[in-house]
Design a protein around this ligand. Sequence first.
Ligand SMILES: C[S@@+](CC[C@H](N)C(=O)[O-])C[C@H]1O[C@@H](n2cnc3c(N)ncnc32)[C@H](O)[C@@H]1O
Length: 185
Amino acid sequence: MAVEPILVLGVAIAAVVAIGYFVFASFAFGAGYQPTPRRSVEAMLRLAEVGPQDTLYDLGAGTGAIVFRAARIYRARVVGVEVEPLRYAILRGRRASGPFADRITLRWGNFFALDFRGATVVTAFLWPGAMARLRPKLEAELPAGARVVSHCHEIPGWRPELYDPETDVYLYRRPHAAAVTPGGT
Ligand SMILES: C[S@@+](CC[C@H](N)C(=O)[O-])C[C@H]1O[C@@H](n2cnc3c(N)ncnc32)[C@H](O)[C@@H]1O
């Protein structure tokens, strides 16, 4: 039995729209969807020396590449914030089906509305514009000694303590990180 070409076209268009939505819907908030590669996740957590004493905020948690590894392997308490509802549902499902749920707090919403004062480590893989908008908030709210690790994009005006070109990971540490350019504290 021949499949109607119009049906094939309809399915193809629906698939493209669905994938486009999943990847780009959150663009206006700060980034589309792209999971951090495993090597970079590992570098972020290792360079920031994440451990059981830490509370790690993953800004834009996606489907949990950082969240679950930080809780499971590095034993940190983790707060994952995600604005896109499908990814948030996936995060909830993964947390429910795995160990260490008690270490993981998930928030559905915009991380620009979140208070960062409880974080000792912040992880981010966001577009450059979001990194620029984050800077004053990080400077105002992060406690002394907190580390910020970013994949792919710098925090404009901050000098990284370390940059790993192999994994494209920047490590910053408060309060030194912000004390490098006019406007920094
Ligand atoms: C490039 S992905 C990184 C996902 C995850 N951190 C990882 O490493 O795999 C960026 C994520 O940030 C989310 N996002 C972007 N802007 C946001 C905002 N203002 N508040 C909460 N989530 C945001 C997007 O929906 C997307 O899932």
